[in-house]
Design a protein. Structure first.
Length: 131
């Protein structure tokens, strides 16, 4: 007798098949835009393809970040930062957050446009503007 393993129902984050952008809620700015071209660039970058499996973390980072920092070189750039509790590298496979401690979403504040997103072991630079 073979036991069937329960299947995890998984859908890819941000289905761009019918749209060119998503409007996501964001602290301080009310919303930001994630464009199709930016999303493709993010998930095709070496070592960042796993970002696509973390839609909940992306939304959580924007809506309820642990802190928001302003880039020192460009004050029009905000870094939304959240300490990750769980980080998915593939559907159904997560890793310890020692390797992916902080999740960062970089936003151009005037256009309310997401520039990029990535994981980091530590928070570096920028002036804290929230809280």
């Amino acid at each position: 007798m073979t036991l069937a393993r329960p299947r995890l129902k998984y859908t890819m984050a941000f289905d761009f098949s019918r749209t060119t952008s998503f409007r996501l809620g964001a602290k301080l700015l009310r919303y930001v835009i994630l464009g199709k071209k930016t999303w493709r660039h993010i998930i095709k970058e070496r070592h960042r393809g796993h970002v696509q499996y973390n839609e909940k973390l992306i939304r959580g980072t924007l809506q309820s970040p642990d802190n928001i920092r302003q880039n020192e070189d460009d004050p029009d750039v905000y870094l939304y930062i959240k300490e990750a509790e769980k980080y998915w590298i593939k559907p159904g496979i997560s890793v310890t957050t020692k390797e992916f401690r902080y999740f960062i979403v970089v936003v151009e504040k005037n256009r309310r446009f997401i520039i990029t997103m990535y994981t980091s072991l530590k928070i570096q630079g920028g002036k804290q503007i929230w809280p």
